[in-house]
Design a protein around this ligand. Sequence first.
Ligand SMILES: [Zn+2]
Length: 339
Amino acid sequence: MATRRRKKRLSTKTKIARAVCVLVVLLLAFSLCFTAVSLIRTLSEYMGGSSSSSPSSDLTSAPSSDAPSSDPSSDQPSSDAPSSSEEPSSDAPSSEVFVPVDPSKNTGIYEGVTWRSPYAVPANVFKYGRDLMLVNREYELPLDFEWDLVRWSNGQDVDAMSLNSAEFDQVMAVDRAAYQPLKDMFAAAKAAGVPLQLVSPYRSIDKQDRLFDNLVVQYKNQGMSETEAVAKANTARTFTGTSEHNIGYGFDILEAGNWYLTESFEKTKQFAWLQEHAAEYGFILRYAKDKVEQTGIMYEPWHYRYVGVAAAKEITGLGMCLEEYIEYLDNDRKIPAAE
Ligand SMILES: [Zn+2]
C-alpha cells in the first residue's frame, strides 16, 4: 500500500513537472518569436522598409499610383504620378530627406498646408504669360497666385467665379482661359464620333495636401517610417502647389463613360483623335512617353495642358514638352544643342 501511494504521489509530481516543462518551453518559443519579429522590424527600418514594401515596383507600377479611387467624384486622379527620374533610387534611404515644411513658412495660398516641396521655387506667371506658366517639380505656384476659375458643366453656361478656390473642389472647375477651348474640343470630338469626358480638372491646394497626406498615412500604416512614407508618396503624387491641376490648366481627359486613368487610354480612338486635334484647340499632351526624363512625370496619356493655340501648335510641331519649349523660348527660339 505504502509503495503504491508513493508511486501515486510520484506520478502527480511528475505530472506537475511535465506541465511546468511544457509551460517553460511555450514561454521560450513565444519570446523567441517576439525577438525575431522585432529584429525583422528593426532591420526593415534600417533597410528603408524594403522588406515590407516592394520598392522596385514604385517605378514600374507608376500608372497604378495614379489610378482613381472607386468613387469617381472623390479624390481621384492624382495628376501626376511622377516617375522618380529625378531621384533614381527613390526607394533607397537618401540623405535628401523630405520633411514637412515648417508651418511658419505657410504664408499666402499655402496657409495651413503641410506638404510643400522643399525643392520648388515660385513659378513665374509673367515670363511668357499665364498660359505658359511652368508648374512642375521645380516650380510651384507663387504665394500670390490668383485663380481665375469657372465652373465646368456640360451645359452652355459659364459660371462666373463666385466661390473661393477651395470651394471649387465641390464642383468641376477650370481656368477661364481654357473653358471655351475645352468645350469646343469636346464638341468637335463628339461630332467626330469620339466623345470625351473631363475626369479631373482643377484641384485646390488644400485638396492636393490632403491627397498627399492620405498617401503618407497609408504608407506609414504599412509599416514605413515617416521619411520612407513621404519619399514614396512623392513618387506617386506631386507635392502641394507643384501640380498643374492646382492652377486649373491641367486636365485629365478620357473617353466618355470611363473614369479610370490607365495607360490603356492610349489605345482608344479618343486618344488618337486628341493626338491629331488637341493642338488646334490649344492643348498639348503634357507628359509624353518619350519625355519622362524632361518632365519628371510618368507617361500620362490622359493629362492635357492648355497653353493656347499658337503655342500648342508650335510645341506639337517641334515635338517638345513644355519644359523644352520654355528653354527654347529662353534661347530666342533656338533649339538648345543636345548634350
Ligand atoms: Zn492629371
